[in-house]
Design a protein around this ligand. Structure first.
Ligand code: V47
Ligand code: SF4
Length: 377
């Protein structure tokens, strides 16, 4: 029997349609597939075919290792100047009595409530509040870092940052440096949605465009910060839009090498302006994970965010290219419960995460935000 990590291992897919043979050969040779081939996979490949290819790549890169971390979220506010049609979470400033606005002290208290917990990351993300400006957040970051210097702060989508920088009339470079100096360690992947201009304008008009999103991440990468990238799929986009989205990320990653993880986010349709759009099936979801693993050859990790997908599908995704399922969360985020996720109070202990991963035959590894291993189970 050949070793799983054996470079030359053939992908044995019984009855493989000849139209996929070139793609298999490229994968075996560690060559990149092109956009036409990516599209072919979305249009024609059965789940078993893309699943086998993606699992092969996943095991070649990571073996059975499956990463998670100990984290919690802070959502400073759900008041937002934008009104993305897919968002179930935000409230306009004129209706702010229906939402929440946390003060610096309230957020700091939340950080302090984890003083005795072996948490490694706080993820700060929320609506784009017209009055929470760059100095407000710089003060928050400084306070957290002064209190717990080793806690990694992953915060603010490019959408929040773009607004913050414009409002403060600082360049993106200066704004990012200011926040980085205040304690911001890395950026989460949110706000990418779908880069295609027409689709983006239809679902989330007037927030930062694709070029702006990519530019903000490139600036962070130039400062030595890492970031993630998401793709909101399963709404009004087509397969070509998904490939275009991944293509732009892949091209940028060739230059900056700053992305850690790609996180496909399935559109959830509860209680938003796009509730008439049906959600994707589990089969489609697994295809998206698999094809992203195949397409994004220069992304080290593919993450299934369990609070959005539900824990059973997150387990399933580990056979379709995924090698990370995010963290403990501790019921600290509302974005997905408000959008209709099965996980209404997302919280898992380390033991529960470990057993979820072990149940499907994979090897749990606790990581920090930058994927340094902390413990193997
Ligand atoms: O940008 C909002 C998405 C994102 C819905 O970097 C929705 O580790 C589906 O980016 N259906 C924010 N998606 C969350 C995010 C994230 C989450 C976990 C980990 C990381 C990371 C990043 O949530 C938004 C938007 O694309 N979103 N509403 C919805 N109804
Ligand atoms: Fe605001 Fe983000 Fe919701 Fe869009 S997705 S309305 S930017 S909170």
């Amino acid at each position: 029997m050949q070793d799983r990590n054996d470079i030359g291992r053939l992908i044995n897919i019984p009855g493989l349609d000849p139209m996929f043979k070139d793609i298999v050969s490229k994968i075996e040779a560690r060559e990149r597939i092109n956009s036409a081939e990516g599209l072919l996979l979305f249009e024609k490949a059965p789940l078993a075919v893309v699943g086998t290819m993606a699992n092969f790549i996943r095991e070649r890169k990571h073996g059975d290792k499956t990463y998670f971390n100990r984290n919690f979220h802070i959502e400073p506010t759900n008041i937002c100047v934008f009104s993305c049609k897919f968002c179930s979470y935000s409230r306009l400033y004129s209706k702010r009595e229906e939402g929440w606005e946390l003060s610096i002290d309230e957020m700091f208290e939340k950080v302090k409530s984890y003083d005795k917990e072996p948490i490694t990351e706080v993820h700060i993300v929320g609506g784009v509040h017209p009055k929470m400006d760059i100095s407000f957040f710089a003060e928050l970051l400084k306070k957290i870092k002064a209190h717990r210097p080793t806690l990694h702060i992953k915060g603010f989508t490019a959408v929040e940052l773009d607004y913050m920088f414009r409002k403060a009339k600082v360049s993106r470079e200066d704004g990012m440096k200011l926040l980085h100096d205040a304690g911001l360690d890395s950026l989460p992947g949110g706000g990418a949605e779908i880069f295609d201009t027409d689709i983006r304008n239809k679902i989330s008009a007037d927030k930062v465009d694709a070029e702006g999103w990519l530019n903000i991440h490139a600036i962070a990468h130039q400062l030595g910060m890492h970031s993630n990238a998401t793709m909101l799929y399963g709404h009004i986009e087509n397969y070509a839009h998904r490939i275009d989205h991944m293509d732009r990320l892949r091209e940028m990653q060739d230059n900056t090498k700053g992305f850690n993880t790609f996180i496909p986010l399935k559109f959830r349709n509860h209680d938003n302006e796009m509730s008439n759009v049906a959600e994707t099936t589990a089969i489609e979801d697994m295809k998206v994970y698999a094809i992203s693993r195949i397409y994004l050859d220069n992304f080290p990790h593919i993450k299934a965010y369990w609070p959005m997908l539900g824990r059973e599908q997150a387990q399933l995704s580990l056979s379709f290219g995924v090698n990370d399922i995010d963290g403990t969360i501790d019921d600290s985020t509302k974005i997905y419960s408000m959008a209709g996720s099965e996980e209404q109070n997302p919280s898992l202990t380390t033991e529960e995460l470990v057993s979820l991963i072990k149940q499907v035959g994979r090897k749990p590894v606790e990581r920090d935000t930058l994927y340094n291993a902390i413990a193997e189970f």
